[in-house]
Design a binder for this molecule. Structure first.
Ligand code: GLU
Length: 446
């Protein structure tokens, strides 16, 4: 890392002790930015990096709620409003027991660059709670969401901060959150949340957008080597919203997706994952993959525990969670013939894994570029809300495709411009950073 940037990075790490995922996200971005600061000394003089690493505002709050037996629980709620240089803070809410400030800050930090890369007018933010939705009834989820919004509502708004979903927050939760916001504020402010239902201000293609976008990005990377998804053998991690639609899109483009996982294990389905069955089990029944294996029959094997990255494939799409793919898993994938990997999740590959892929010459699409289709389509939802319009599936999907191809091309061109052709990590970090840094300098000392 450039020594001028290393000093800033060390200060950031020291000021934010114990926030390991935030440290990792910051370090990864800083490692790309040396060449930018050679060309743009004004970014150093304006202390852009120091400012960028300090969120504009961080909100931490108590979320009390009662379970179905009347017992009281207390969780912690977060919203980190990281950067509003390009637009209102924008980013999802994650409900998962692993959530603490370091996770929310890593996600919020990544979101700044991701959102800049989309070309849409959205700043970066993220929030969530250490609440564990697993095994909770609908009524418990609703009470939790209502309590969470009873504090959050005062911080958000169409022109201020626009949350959406992430792990543990989908259409059901957005519904309960929106209902409570509307009730407290007495405003039908559609643009305050994205990921809404179709009949009350949602956008077609938003549910599919992150997974579809990841595959579109990967297809563009493959094209640079004269290849495509057609005939590829694909391994996916996760089986939630991102994974399901990544699998669907990859198979629509002619690939066979042979594996996916949940936190308890993974399935191998050599015939190609049955997407309607997977959706039924995961989205409707909210059940585990053991259920998929039980219903699909003998062509499927279920492996309890273990790593889905042991399954060989030519394309890998990590769509589960941060740091799910380490250096050893990366080496295994490479030795099994991996050609390309695109991150549907946020920071699923450790820094060691990224190095392994890059050294092996594997096409590597980092999450902040490859999974930006979700938030980009959230921005399309905001556009539809602002104009009180609703677009067709075809039109919205065409916009998503255009945006993903644009992100790919911008990353590729930036990498080329900075002397690292094919390095999408560098291209994404520099491409996102320069846009935000220019805006911050233009807006004065903010
Ligand atoms: N949570 C998603 C992400 O990581 C989507 C955020 C949004 O739509 O605002 O980008």
């Amino acid at each position: 890392m450039d020594s001028r940037l290393e000093a800033v990075r060390d200060t950031v790490l020291a000021r934010n002790p114990g926030e390991l995922e935030f440290h990792q996200a910051v370090t990864e971005v800083f490692e790309s930015l040396g060449p930018v600061h050679d060309r743009h000394p004004e970014f150093l003089e304006g202390a852009v990096l120091e400012r960028l690493c300090e969120p504009e505002r961080q909100i931490i709050f108590r979320v009390p709620w009662t379970d179905d037996s009347g017992r009281v629980h207390v969780n912690r709620g977060f919203r980190v409003e990281f950067n509003s240089a390009l637009g209102p803070y924008k980013g999802g809410l994650r409900f998962h027991p692993s959530v603490y400030l370091g996770i929310v800050k890593f996600l919020g930090f990544e979101q700044i660059f991701k959102n800049a890369l989309t070309g849409m007018p959205i700043g970066g933010g993220k929030g969530g709670s250490d609440f564990d939705p697993r095994g909770r009834s609908d009524a418990e989820i609703m009470r939790f969401c209502q309590s969470f919004m009873t504090e959050l509502y005062r911080h958000i708004g169409e022109y201020t901060d626009v949350p959406a979903g992430d792990i543990g927050v989908g259409g059901r939760e957005i519904g309960y959150l929106f209902g409570q916001y509307k009730r407290i504020t007495n405003r039908y402010e559609s643009g305050v949340l994205t990921g809404k239902g179709m009949s009350w201000g949602g956008s077609l293609v938003r549910p599919e957008a992150t997974g579809f976008g990841t595959v579109i990005f990967a297809e563009e990377m493959l094209k640079t080597r004269g290849q495509s998804f057609d005939g590829q053998r694909v391994v996916v991690s996760g089986s939630g919203n991102v994974a399901i639609y990544a699998i669907a899109k990859a198979q629509a483009l002619g690939a066979t997706v042979v594996a996916c996982s949940d936190s308890a294990g993974y399935i191998v389905d050599e015939a190609g994952i049955d997407v309607p069955l997977l959706r039924q089990i995961k989205e409707v029944e909210r059940a585990r993959l053991t259920e998929y294996a039980a219903r699909r029959g003998s062509s499927v094997s279920y492996v309890a525990g273990g790593s889905v990255w042991d399954v060989n494939g030519t394309v890998a799409l990590p769509c589960a969670t941060q740091n799910e793919l380490d250096g050893d898993a990366a080496a295994k994938l490479v030795s099994n013939g991996l050609v390309a990997i695109a991150e549907g999740a946020n920071m699923p590959s450790t820094r060691e894994a990224v190095s392994v892929f890059q050294e092996a010459g594997v096409l590597f699409g980092p999450g902040k570029a490859a999974n930006a289709g979700g938030v980009a389509t959230s921005a399309l939802e905001m556009q539809q809300n602002a104009s009180r319009d609703s677009w067709s599936f075809e039109h919205t999907e065409a916009r998503l495709t255009e945006i993903m191809v644009g992100i790919h091309d911008r990353c590729a061109a930036t990498a080329e411009e900075y002397g690292a052709p094919g390095n999408y990590v560098l291209g994404a970090n520099i491409g996102g950073f320069v846009k935000v840094a220019d805006a911050m300098l233009a807006q004065g000392l903010i």
